[in-house]
Design a binder for this molecule. Structure first.
Ligand SMILES: *[C@@H]1O[C@H](CO)[C@@H](O)[C@H](O)[C@H]1NC(C)=O
Length: 294
């Protein structure tokens, strides 16, 4: 049984490394989130299946979405079809794209900003394209998504307008804890478990088919009692050897720090091997006692 120790511990290392990468990816720059001075902001809940609709000062419809392209069909915007328009104004004779999707949030002063650029060509201008700044204001009293409104536009005339400033009061702009990280981790773990389960099903099916030469539905009967017991045994063994490995490396560390003799920091490969193989709690306990006697 102790021989299991190196196999599963390699497996565990693999899982740990995998988890580490997953965590790093989660903690890294998730789209539409921002870490700023110990606060965490997340605008992803504002992504909507139907665009937010409000009006420009001149009474034209403004369609806006957050962190995703508009769901409204753009019409004659003058931007290529394959780009993601973040918002548009339905002007008299065409749609005007107020900018492309940008998932990078910015904190300016105390305001959470989203900058959109590269929209439709500005009327009567060369090399100027529609852009907008969306200012998200934390307002805990706004329970729903809230409603954006145009604060200013330039030029002021509705049909000439090319740069927009939009203000949006919503509780989604308030700093939150890192709940997203924890739930992300849980989702990640569940996915890993499902992958392992799938591998198990596939491999046992293959085993049934090619080794036991079962056919038809028989090859799917992997969850027999024997298999289940084997699986449980394996899991218990894995768990025990892990605990023992952790304990013995803990002991090794404790002993090497207790000993002031520098030579004792060098562990012979024999010691190393014994420690690695330590699967028997009693044996381990004995060694621990010997260790304190040194
Ligand atoms: C996206 O937003 C960031 C932060 O405000 C800004 O620096 C960047 O220029 C924007 N990118 C585009 C393409 O608008």
């Amino acid at each position: 049984m102790p021989y299991y120790a190196s196999g599963p511990s390699a497996l565990l290392w693999a899982i740990c490394i995998f988890l580490g990468f997953g965590l790093a990816a989660l903690a890294g720059d998730t789209p539409c989130t921002l870490h700023h001075e110990g606060n965490y902001y997340n605008l992803n809940p504002l992504k909507a299946s139907q665009d937010y609709e409000f009006e420009t000062p001149g009474g034209h419809s403004f369609y806006l979405n957050v962190c995703r392209r508009v769901t409204t069909d753009p019409w004659s915007t003058g931007v290529p079809d394959n780009v993601d328009i973040a918002g548009l104004v339905r002007k008299d004779h065409h749609d005007f794209a107020v900018g492309l999707v940008n998932t990078t949030l910015e904190m300016r002063g105390t305001e959470l900003m989203l900058h959109l650029s590269n929209g439709s060509p500005c009327p009567g201008e060369n090399n100027l394209y529609g852009s907008s700044s969306i200012r998200f204001l934390c307002d805990p009293s706004v329970y729903g998504a809230g409603k954006p409104m145009v604060i200013s536009q330039f030029p002021e005339d509705d049909n000439q307008a090319c740069q927009y400033t939009v203000e949006w009061r919503t509780h989604f702009a308030c700093p939150t804890g890192e709940r997203g990280l924890i739930s992300g981790l849980i989702v990640f773990l569940v996915i890993i478990m499902m992958i392992f389960l799938m591998l198990l099903v596939v491999s046992s099916t293959l085993y049934n088919r090619f080794v036991l030469r079962k056919r038809g539905f028989d090859q799917l009967a992997w969850f027999s009692k024997v298999h289940l017991l084997e699986l449980m045994d394996f899991c218990i063994e894995l768990f025990r050897s892990t605990v023992d490995n952790v304990r013995s490396s803990g002991n090794r560390w404790a002993r090497s720090t207790r000993n002031l003799n520098p030579a004792s920091h060098q562990w012979s490969s024999r010691d190393e091997e014994q420690a690695m193989m330590a699967a028997d709690p009693l044996e381990d306990h004995d060694r621990e006692l010997q260790g304190t006697n040194v």
